[in-house]
Write a new protein. Structure first.
Length: 94
């Protein structure tokens, strides 16, 4: 199940309904990962703040934090303390 990114920053992404076994944070992580893999978010590009991601995807702050954790574990992003989260410089398979 895929959705297009919101056309404006104030528009929220609809959450998929009835996705078996899926958690909202996994869905958000997949949406961001797709943007990274498509080149929409290039290497060293800062991700929006977690509060902004929560607003953009219509989820809680905790869900946005879990999504960024998943992306870090996959090696897609790096978080620099007090500086933010950035798309990783090198992504496997890219």
């Amino acid at each position: 199940m895929t959705y297009d990114a919101p056309s404006s920053p104030d528009q929220q992404m609809p959450l998929p309904v009835g996705k078996p076994g899926g958690q909202p944070y996994e869905w958000v992580a997949e949406q961001i990962a797709a943007r990274i893999k498509s080149g929409d978010l290039g290497p060293n590009t800062p991700l929006p703040a977690e509060r902004r991601l929560a607003q953009e995807y219509g989820v809680s702050l905790g869900t946005a934090r879990q999504a960024t954790r998943v992306l870090r574990e996959r090696g897609l992003v790096v978080t620099l303390r007090s500086k933010g989260t950035y798309v990783a410089d090198r992504i496997h398979g890219r």
